[in-house]
Design a binder for this molecule. Sequence first.
Ligand code: BES
Ligand code: ZN
Length: 645
Amino acid sequence: MIRMIVAASALLLAGCQAATAPAPKTDSAAAPAIAPILDTPDAVDVHSYAKPLEARVTHLALDLGVDFTAKRIGGTATLDIAAKPGATSIILDDKGLEIEKIATAEGAPLTYKVGAIDENLGAPLEIAIGTARKIVITYKSAADAGALQWLSPAQTAGKKQPYLFSQGQAIENRTWIPTQDSPGIRQTWEAKIRVAQPLTAVMSAPKVGDPVTEGDARTFSFKMDRPVAPYLIAIGVGDLAFKSLGPRTGVWTEPSMLDKAAAELADTEKMVAAAEALYGPYQWGRYDLLVLPPSFPFGGMENPTLTFLTPTFIAGDKSNNSLIAHELAHSWSGNLATNATWSDFWLNEGMTTYATTRIVEAVYGPKVAAQQISLGHDAMRKAVEENGGVAGADTRLRIDLKGRNPDEGLTDIAYEKGAAFLRTIEIAVGRERFDAWLKGWFARHMFQPVTTSLFLADIRQHLVKGDAALESRLMLDAWVDQPGIPTSLAPADPTIFAEVDSAVTTFAAGTMPDTAMWGRWTTDERLRFLTRIDRKQPLDRLEALGRQFGLARAGNNELRFAFLDLAVANRLDPAVPALEDFLMTQGRRKYVRPLLTALAEDPSWGRPIALRIYPRARPLYHPVTTRDIDKLLGWAGAEIDLKRA
Ligand code: BES
Ligand code: ZN
């Protein structure tokens, strides 16, 4: 028994430490060591049923087949467990999994119980493990798994093969993986994935060997030997091809997309170098990207070793490349040092947004970076307005998400207020000192969960170092726990968009931007223009603007969205066909949700348009996109309504 505990503790520790960190001391009599932060009150994750201090999963081995006909992934998950001495049960997160049996590694059946179901969280899966510290769960993914999107051949670029991909963040992976789905509980993992020929499976982990062929199936193997938060486990299956971009970078996508995607991503290797200069060595081996079909609900997702990307970022001129910088930056902020709970989400996204502009500065120059900071400040102010104004509780960086879906924390408060906070600290202490702290933060906390309290303590210990004047200038606590924007905010450069801003003024007086000038403007400059002009526009002027610069069908989707957003706000009828095309051909939630929301909230003009488009567009959208829009448009009971409309 004692020997078993020692083994379990060693395993657990291996799960928390960087590969390079010295082996920590173990005490076999004590409770198993965990990331120490998990034993603090603000590391308690209200979005997971797991009790990691009692028993936690340290390693996960998946052996799964992908069934496109049944739209299920099924097989076994073998879990290694580290538990407190004497612990006889473990609690996992389960959202609709179809469990066939649970047994010990030797095959002895174990009893288990699925508790009451919560709409957001799913249910606790409590397993009576007795003394077993390795268990095997035979199961299938949930029938309506929120993490998975199954695409028919018609919904792919190639039109011949089906496609499957997953999106785990924030709490969706519990719909296809039986584990403790909490960002503070890091696990190493491996997987064997069986798919029909000629499909290829990719995952967010290094491949192991070549696929093994058996009849008309192939099995792909993967192994992640660094402990990761379980929301970072991801899969893609389809007709996929690979092209190298550099010594440690490359892109996967459907064959017909490969050249276009690779051209857009040509700066990736340079970006990895810039990120390393800022953050310290890249810890994950390869950095590859998977460009998904247009239904991918996000711009990007930082799945380790394999960032997932929307194809809508491809503009032909790399003008949306800050998205790559962003997902890459998560290889440190998010994937190395990970928000312990979704209340600390700003630590993932704010730090990443800050780093994004630093990488952009290194690769594309200081002017582009300064402009993106300025756009970020506008987005931050808009987010304050949309989240209850300067007194709104959700304008705090550390927010209370209990009883809500963590998705509700996905606002530009986390991204842009978070980034503005870090930039404010940078300006106050100087770049050299700030950068030294930043590298130190990752060196100290790599492969660990981090909380906002830990961040504050770390910055006080390693950067402020008791300097009372600096402490009061920074207003650290106000940034984190007060609503609105603290007065210490380092301003954006007010002259960085000088030419655009004067064009905004002349436009308000009735003059179109000069065609040559518009032609010279970068995408960010054009975006500044579209987001700074009055939201209410005379119809003829808005239409002329759209026509003159081809905005409703702009090749850059950020621009296209910004214009269509104005078009909806002004009920611009001539833009409706382009709006319909946009909603029917991509499912990026950031574009689809605001447009459909604005339409739905305009009962006489917009709602009929939304009700006409949505039934046809909906099959393209991922469950995390339809979830909100279904509610908005009353989808479930509304099918009859829709038929009448
Ligand atoms: N990790 C996020 C996406 C995410 C957050 C998915 C929370 C689910 C829950 C990703 O890194 C991200 O921020 N994507 C942005 C990119 C943008 C800010 C450059 C997106 O998808 O728009
Ligand atoms: Zn992000």
